[in-house]
Every structure is written in structure tokens, then in C-alpha cells.
Ligand binder design. Sequence first.
Ligand SMILES: Cc1cc2nc3c(=O)[nH]c(=O)nc-3n(C[C@H](O)[C@H](O)[C@H](O)COP(=O)(O)O)c2cc1C
Length: 163
Amino acid sequence: MKVLVTAASHHGATIEVADAIARHLTSDGFEVVRKSPEEVDSLDGFDAVICGSAVYMTQWLPEAHDFMERFAQQLHKLPVWAFSVGMNGVPKHVPQDPSRIGPVLTRVDAKELRSFAGRYDPSILSLRERAIVRLAGAVEGDFRDWNAIDQWAESIAQQLKQD
Ligand SMILES: Cc1cc2nc3c(=O)[nH]c(=O)nc-3n(C[C@H](O)[C@H](O)[C@H](O)COP(=O)(O)O)c2cc1C
């Protein structure tokens, strides 16, 4: 069974989440293709798609939006899992409404949209980005929960094996 794992990221945290999901599925025996959304030019031959994006200003990144738009018809017929990586769920961070990123998925009937906490490392951000994040009240740190990410990958593997 061939699975595409694709994710859009500005500063690498989401890439590492996608890589962890891909590694898990590979070790479970799936044939996994890891590509960035803009690199994907066809979904032919894929049996399932996992698409993620970092959340910036309450939105998925344009590359992930574009991927969902370009392949909306095919994605409609495939099992799709979506994930967001952001500061939602991080203590003290002002909660965002997860439905704000919903429109990107409306044309795609995703089996699940999962949100994972991300990373806020001011040293890798531009001055402008740092100012925005500080205003949003984000707390510095790497909040990615690798166990939760692994468990999610495993739940996808189990569902695919049942299909
Ligand atoms: C300028 C800026 C805006 C952000 N806006 C949001 C937001 O609206 N909602 C959210 O949950 N996280 C937000 N974040 C947090 C990022 O989603 C988080 O740092 C994530 O780990 C970034 O992933 P990446 O390293 O893959 O780009 C923002 C971060 C920055 C720098």
C-alpha cells in the first residue's frame, strides 16, 4: 500500500512531524513517499494521503492550501488524514478556533484533522515574526509530543490495514 506524506513548513518543525509519521508507517510495512506539497505533481498510484501544515496567522501555509485545491477531486476519492502544527494547546497561548483552518478541507472529506503543538524558537524567526508571536502570547519551547504523533501514525496504519 502506497502512502503520500506531505507537509508545508516555514521553520522545519512540521517537516520533522511529517518525517516521524513517515518513519512510523514505513516501519509498519507501508510504501511511503515523502514530498513537500509543491513537489507533488500527481496522486496516481497512491492509496492514501497524509497532508499537514504549520499554522501561521490562523491559516495553513499556501503550499498546503494549493495542494488541497489542485488535487481536490482525487483527494475526495482517497482516504485523507490532515494535521496542523501550531501553538494551539500550548499552555498560556491564546487559543485559536480550529475551524478557522477548516475551509481548506471543505472540499476534501478528511478522515481526521489533528492538531499538534509545535515549536517556538525565537532564535530562528525574523524580527517581524518574533513580534507577532510575542503579541500572541506564545511561550518559548518545543512542545511537539512525539508519543502523540507516533500514536496518531499508528492509528492511521491500523485503519489502513482494515480498509
Ligand atoms: C508569525 C507567526 C505566526 C503564527 N501564527 C500561529 C497561529 O495563528 N496559530 C497557531 O496555532 N500557531 C501559530 N504560530 C506558531 C507556529 O505554527 C509554530 O511555531 C509551528 O511550530 C511552526 O512550524 P514550522 O517550524 O513547521 O514552520 C505562528 C508562528 C509565527 C512565527
